[in-house]
Design a binder for this molecule. Structure first.
Ligand code: S3P
Length: 427
């Protein structure tokens, strides 16, 4: 088997979830916020574009330090055009919450993938709070006519930070209390950043409550590296045969780190160094060592699924190289991501000759060390392109990706970094 050695450092761009939220809260604060290290990806540009269309003053995202002068808690203005959210579910759902608290109508539109994604999950609680929300079936285009909102105590059927955040943001803008109860805990970046903006946020197990506020304080944020982007390089290092790779300044919020835990169960060695807190989020250097020939299958399910939800396509790709059968369950949400990730991941693994099977709420993948060859159909799904890109970077595999450019949705520069790390280490 051809060997792959990794070495040196790979720096990944800023966290996507935190970047969206930093722009939204800065736009709604009273005064000047500063945001350093924002992710300049297509999805974050969608949020900046939507906020700009609503009258927020958005500086160019290319600035090293963004200084945003907020419009105030209910200071956005009626848009004169539909709000184009591109490929971004987070932009759509969180901004629907923001708009629900404002006294005007907004119409949300998006690309073909976003236009297939379910929106009733946010329309229902926002309507219960008093907004008028109209959908085409369950999907975009979605019109939100906001206004005076009522307090809400909402039990969500899904563990979803987008549903939770839509409700919390609507409550903050509307000046009312909200409680959201989830079956499992989803990522808590909104809660952490709202606290930094002076909101009283009380978390209790899997439920969270925000108290009404008059105004939001400006925030000062350094966006950590995105653990979902770091995951591709941690996986590459784990699949390598020699060496280790350092990833500085990666966000390690425990609601996001399930993939690293799963990879450790598979036999990967991942160290955490220089752990610190930055703006209310844990940040550290990850050091991932090569374990390629000794990875073994694992099982993932239950409460850990939300902590690795975006990494499951990658976990399935790593499983194709691990001894035994990996099984993921309790992950039906994968079917309503940028693509139906259960169907698209399994179909692509099979194209490569990997034994893989769809479950209603997950998948099964049996690993081997035979060379993998074939063309990946991404359906424009950025995480599929990158997950299979990692398999393609392993010596001996010949994998082409139909649309590598879709990586810009979350990780501009991914392919350059991948060839720098894998290329500098081919033996
Ligand atoms: C996100 C939440 C998750 C995740 C998405 C980003 C967020 O979606 O898959 O990539 O920033 O809140 P769900 O909340 O729908 O699970």
């Amino acid at each position: 088997m051809a060997s792959l050695t990794v070495s040196g450092e790979a720096r990944v761009p800023g966290d996507k979830s935190i970047s969206h939220r930093a722009l939204m809260l800065s736009a709604l604060a009273d005064g000047r916020s500063t945001v350093r290290g924002i992710l300049q990806s297509a999805d974050v540009h969608s949020t900046a574009g939507v906020l700009g269309a609503l009258g927020a003053m958005m500086p160019p995202l290319g600035d090293e330090t963004l200084v945003v002068t907020g419009r105030g808690r209910r200071g956005l203005r009626a848009p004169s055009t539909p709000l184009d959210c591109g490929n971004s579910g987070t932009t759509t759902r969180l901004m629907a919450g923001v708009c629900a608290g404002h006294p005007f109508e907004s119409v949300f539109i998006g690309d073909a993938s976003l236009s297939r994604r379910p929106m009733r999950r946010i329309a229902r609680p926002l309507a219960e709070m008093g907004a008028e929300v109209t959908l085409a079936g369950d999907s975009l285009p979605m019109s939100v006519r906001g206004g005076a909102l009522r307090a809400i105590d909402w039990t969500s059927e899904k563990a979803s930070a987008q549903i939770k955040s839509a409700i919390l943001l609507a409550a903050v803008v509307g000046g009312v209390e909200a409680t959201v109860r989830e079956p499992e805990r989803s990522r808590d970046h909104s809660e952490r950043m709202l606290r930094a903006a002076g909101v009283q946020v009380t978390a209790n197990g899997t439920s969270v409550t925000v108290a009404p506020v008059e105004s939001l304080d400006p925030i000062d944020i350094v966006v950590p590296g995105d653990p979902s982007s770091a995951a591709f390089f941690v996986a590459l290092a784990a699949l390598a045969t020699n060496g280790e790779l350092r990833l500085p300044a990666v966000g390690l919020n425990p609601t996001r780190t399930g993939f690293f835990d799963a990879l450790r169960r598979m036999g990967a060695a991942i160290r955490v160094e220089d752990e610190r807190d930055e703006g209310g989020e844990p940040v550290a250097t990850l050091v991932a060592s090569a374990s390629g020939t000794s990875l073994r299958a694992t099982r993932a399910g239950g409460a850990e699924i939300p902590t690795m939800i975006d990494e499951l396509p990658l976990l399935a790709c790593v499983a194709a190289r691990a001894a035994g059968t990996t099984e993921v369950t309790g992950a039906a949400e994968l079917r309503v991501k940028e693509s139906d990730r259960i169907a698209t991941v399994v179909a692509n693994l099979r194209t490569l000759g990997v034994e893989a099977e769809e479950l209603e709420d997950g998948l099964r993948v049996t690993g081997s060390d035979r060379p993998l060859r074939g063309r990946i159909v991404t359906h424009g799904d950025h995480r599929l392109a990158m997950a299979f890109g990692v398999l393609g970077a392993l010596p001996g595999n010949e994998i082409t990706i139909d649309d590598p450019s879709c990586a810009v949705v979350s990780f501009p520069g991914f392919w350059e970094l991948l060839s720098a790390v894998a290329g500098r280490s081919h033996r």
